[in-house]
Write a protein that binds this ligand. Structure first.
Ligand code: SME
Length: 165
């Protein structure tokens, strides 16, 4: 059973390290891709404070389709090049957006979102989707989250067969 108690007394970086430890233990105990990315979204939600949405969009047939997430119901599909997520796919670059209202073409799935971090999921040069985090707090995300979430995706990439989701 998952317990929140160990996390409560940790500082921000300790939580991020613990998040990646929890992901590794999830991946070592389960082989199903869908179960693993579902719990991956829940692990981030439990370990990172101040999120209103976190989840995956998976590239299918040339557009992003909603995957496992935590938060309010969200947009089902996002075209490559559109919004923060579609931009991360098109550029193959992490998008760290301090104020989404200043990002041209930002897609407001949840009006509470004010800042956003999107990590593209890339293996051998091919983009499989994105991990998207939203916060109601402007400037919520920093290089610390960027670093540990990049590592999080690297860990996932070693275990998940994105083509077989
Ligand atoms: N804001 C995103 C859309 C997805 S939701 O935030 C869940 C974007 O601009 O791509």
């Amino acid at each position: 059973m998952f317990k929140m108690e160990p996390i409560l007394d940790m500082n921000q970086e300790e939580r991020l390290k613990y998040m990646n430890f929890l992901l590794k233990s999830q991946l070592s105990s389960e082989k199903d891709n869908l179960a693993n990315i579902s719990n991956a979204a829940a692990i981030i939600d439990a370990c990172i404070e101040g999120l209103n949405w976190v989840g995956f969009y998976i590239l299918r047939g040339g557009e992003l389709v909603l995957g496992p997430f935590q938060g309010l119901p969200a947009c089902n599909r996002i075209k490559v090049g559109k919004g923060v997520c579609g931009t991360a796919v098109k550029t193959k670059e992490i998008q760290l957006v301090s104020d989404v209202h200043l990002f041209p073409g930002h897609i407001a799935c949840d009006p509470a979102s004010n800042s956003e971090l999107v990590i593209p999921i890339i293996r051998d040069g091919k983009v499989y989707g994105v991990l998207d985090l939203d916060s109601p707090k402007k400037g919520r995300f920093s290089d610390l989250e960027r670093k540990y979430l990049t590592e999080f995706i690297d860990i996932l990439n070693k275990h998940i067969d994105w083509d077989k989701l």
